[in-house]
Design a protein around this ligand. Sequence first.
Ligand code: GAL
Length: 656
Amino acid sequence: MRIGVDYYPEQWDKSMWQKDAELMARTGVKVVRMGEFSWARIESEDGRFDFSWLDEVISIFAKHMIKVVLGLPTNCPPLWLYEKYPQIIRTGMDGNKVQLGIRSHRCLNSPIFRAYAKRMADAMVSHFTMNLTVIAWQIDNELRANMCACDVCRNRFREWLVEKYDDLNGINEAFGNVVWGGEYSSISQIQPPSDYPDAWQNPSLCLEWYRFTSFSTADFANDMMCVVKKHCPKIPVTTNAGFTEYTPDFYKLFDMLDFVSYNNYPPVKIYDYADYYYSHAFHLDLMRGLKEQHFWVMEQLSGITGGWTPMSSGLKAGMLMGYSLQAIIHGADTVMHFRWRTALKGAEQFNHGILDHSNIPNRRFFEFSELCKKAEQISVLDNTVILSDIAILYSPESEKALEFQPQTENFSYINQLKAFHSAFTRFGANVDVVAPDTDLTRYKIVVAPSLFIINKKETENIYRYVINGGTLVLTTRSGVKDSNNNCIMEALPTVYKELIGAEVYEYNPIGNDVCAIKDFADNEFICSQWCDNMKLTTAKAYAEYVSDEYYSMPAITLNKYCNGFAYYIGTICRSDFYESFASNLMRQTRIPKLKDLPKGVEVTTRTNGEEEYICFFNNSEKKASISLPKAMYSIMSLTGKEKLELNPFEVEVVRK
Ligand code: GAL
């Protein structure tokens, strides 16, 4: 397990490089990332490349046995390039060019930008081909779906649609443009959705725009990767993912890249409700699921965030180390902290790194040094993997479509996934978050909340899973839309009706109103947001509504289908229901539960085929005591233990 830092040599006087590298080496830093914003320093004039400063700083790190990840600096083209070719500047959805001065102003589809980006990448990668200190390349920085409405993008979007739907008739039909007289009679009339993503506009157009902008970003990343691979076929290539306003489809973005890396900025406030506790873990599990392999954290929270927003609260004692180790136990092999030292200049002066402006070692620095030692201590986890019996399916397209058309007050696609994730996490289970078309055969339980958009391959995959004996959970708002994001003339949940042995004959988006349900064992739970009323064909009721209007109608159903079982949850409940439901499912599918885990404690179990390690993380501000089923060897304290006493944010690893 490796700990590293993000470093910006161009922001510091050269005289500091040596001192910084020395201190990093002494502290236990194994790798630094640099370069991702430094195009202007590398190519200050068109075609004149200067890598000498990078050579110098990399050689300093090499002397200290610190490896380097280089960023291809395409996020920030130099101003001379924008001046020479203003057409490469991103165009907002309002048709105006965005203002220069911060970063990410380039249009990823612009042929001129691409040519310059490739030339820069070619020069940079070929320059460092033989440099063994460089161990990986990062493409750009926190790539977003290419939100540009310039002429190039508009034309590409049109061509992309014609390619998909053959002609204007096909597009009109798919988009339902007859509604409100929106039929295109000429290709030039096709425009990106003006107020994307949140206005009253055609949902089919919005979904295609999301697909197109995601595709543009992935296409750009693949282009850049090819340049790297031309010179260094063996060196791994990644890009750093972050959840932003315009998050692209990560499955597509990472499809061709070698590994996933993630910008991990968990919020530092701890709220006392169940879904919150395990929310960071959910994102980490999602990152591990993108390529179904371990990942890196390329940027890890290290200090107060802020700058253009008011500053966040400071990190509590133990958080810097705890959240980093938490990422490791969920599958991050390398965790790079953002950033070594807080910037003195520029827009991010108050986005704190490990060291403050003063450069005087502080509490976070000492915690970071401790972290570097702990990461070495848990190197027993190096070749271990997380094998899960439970999967939650994440569909970026359904997430987006539900964002375009919010179904009811407070309805959130991602919160449903988190509610299930929290419930299983509460019992110490490993949980994978994976794509709906992934191979599901290895899972005992698969939960697929609100698969709103139908996709034939995914539907078949889900049926196959149940036919072969799997236990599936579907929830309300499944199968609502076809792949064009249009509704379907069929009882809900359309393609899944047969699988669940029931159909919805009426629904009620009750929003913040509440209702109650009672399960087969007479346990009552509050529900809200949505009520599906169902007619059962082959299914039985697992729970019924017990509120007036829907009294005794099925709310949750269970159907035996071929060799498997399919549940359908027709409402949205609070965390107590999901915990009870998860507990029942785990009992039925014989997945072991760790009982009495204190709130906020999460567990991952990792194996190398011979030995198993159980990792505990206390994501709470209270001490947590955990009784182990038998005495186990603690990797952290090198003693046998039957009981663990975890401080807030502490991680413990025991050999089973
Ligand atoms: C990330 C970004 C970094 C830095 C950081 C600040 O999203 O990739 O460059 O801006 O946020 O928290």
